[in-house]
Design a protein. Structure first.
Length: 84
């Protein structure tokens, strides 16, 4: 069973592996959406799978309040992510 959504929390020790190994693997296996959360830079990147690769569907940062696919029916206050 392939998930429709994955979320990677980027860190200095895993960033390269997450971006160069995991993201292509997620695409090959048919994952529908991938979020990249970077707590150091307080950014969220949301990617949607399209035929030939990942499409950046949303880029947000700081205290933005967003509706991020595939959960775009609800508001997500990014400030709550940076508190942990």
């Amino acid at each position: 069973m392939v998930p429709d959504w994955v979320c990677e929390i980027l860190s200095d020790s895993t960033r390269r592996h997450d971006l160069t190994v995991k993201m292509p693997m997620y695409f090959r296996h048919g994952v529908g959406h991938a979020w990249l959360v970077d707590a150091d830079t307080h950014t969220l990147q949301v990617y949607r799978r399209v035929t030939d690769g990942w499409l950046l569907a949303l880029a947000a940062s700081g205290d933005d309040v967003v509706r991020a696919p595939p959960f775009d029916a609800v508001d997500l206050d990014l400030a709550t992510l940076w508190r942990w």
